[in-house]
Design a binder for this molecule. Structure first.
Ligand SMILES: [Cu+2]
Length: 270
């Protein structure tokens, strides 16, 4: 029975090794590839941490299995050896994890800076203001674009264009938007683009994203924000610049449509 338990403890690191071997080819880690260059860098950080954790897990579990196997195969007549405390061991298992954590903290800093620190955003987003404002509210995403040819102001303007649960961004260049919330705390979560940013009451938080391939991506709320939290699902449409322009023109037309047909307009004029 003792040998069984030793083998049992050998089993799990072996399972971990097998999973690590087959998971990448079966896409078990992430359900899609990162669709933005920054997302790729975030994934690389994730994989680096995953490898460290995996190595530690496999190493410690095999060590545990080995100790158990040694105990299980030792003769009954041999007396047990008791030991308590080892300064050098304790030093090792304090310094090594501390070193690993400091390394991760320093290594991830440039990705963090490029994602979060405004002055490190891509140059294209530095000159102009934000391209749109995305406001989370119970339970939807409201998007405010500036009127044609205008810059986005922090406060709503009469000719602003509005959309709900539908974000259109051009591909191939960085886009900056302001994130805010109307009520409680929400979180802007675009899993394929690897963006997760809290929307905090009273704050306007700039976020940037660059998508290279056209496509429709999810926008979800990742903060349990109330009973309708599950409904806060929107689409991000990444498309060529001309398509975004077309969409804006359509939005402008729809917004200016007063519901009265053009014919009756003419009739009024007469
Ligand atoms: Cu929410």
């Amino acid at each position: 029975m003792k040998k069984f338990w030793a083998l049992f403890f050998f089993l799990w690191p072996t399972v971990a090794l097998i999973v690590c071997y087959i998971a990448p080819s079966r896409d078990w880690w992430f359900y899609t590839e990162a669709m933005s260059p920054l997302g790729v860098r975030i994934d690389n950080l994730f994989y680096m941490i995953l490898w460290i954790v995996t190595a530690v897990f496999i190493g410690t579990q095999y060590a545990l299995g080995y100790v158990m196997w040694k105990g299980a195969t030792k003769s009954e007549s041999q007396p047990a050896h008791f030991s308590h405390g080892s300064h050098s061991l304790e030093l090792i298992w304090t310094i090594v994890p501390a070193f690993v954590l400091v390394f991760i903290a320093l290594y991830q800093m440039d990705v963090w800076r490029d994602f979060r620190v405004k002055s490190s955003f891509p140059e294209e987003t530095q000159q102009d203001g934000a391209q749109m404002e995305i406001t989370a509210r119970q339970f939807e995403w409201r998007i405010r674009y500036p009127g044609p040819g205008k810059q986005l102001e922090l406060t709503p303007q009469p000719d602003d264009l509005y959309a709900v649960n539908e974000v259109h961004i051009p591909t191939g260049r960085p886009v900056k938007f302001n994130l805010r919330t109307d009520d409680v705390q929400h979180a802007f979560f675009a899993p394929e683009l690897r963006i997760k940013q809290d929307a905090v009451p009273g704050k306007v938080i700039p976020v940037w994203v660059m998508v290279e391939e056209s496509g429709t991506y999810n926008l979800l709320c990742a903060e349990l924000c109330g009973w309708g939290h599950y409904k806060m699902r929107a689409n991000i449409y990444a498309e060529p610049e001309e398509k975004v322009q077309e969409y804006m023109e359509q939005l402008l037309q729809d917004q200016n449509d007063d519901g009265v047909s053009e014919d009756s307009d003419d009739a009024d004029d007469e």
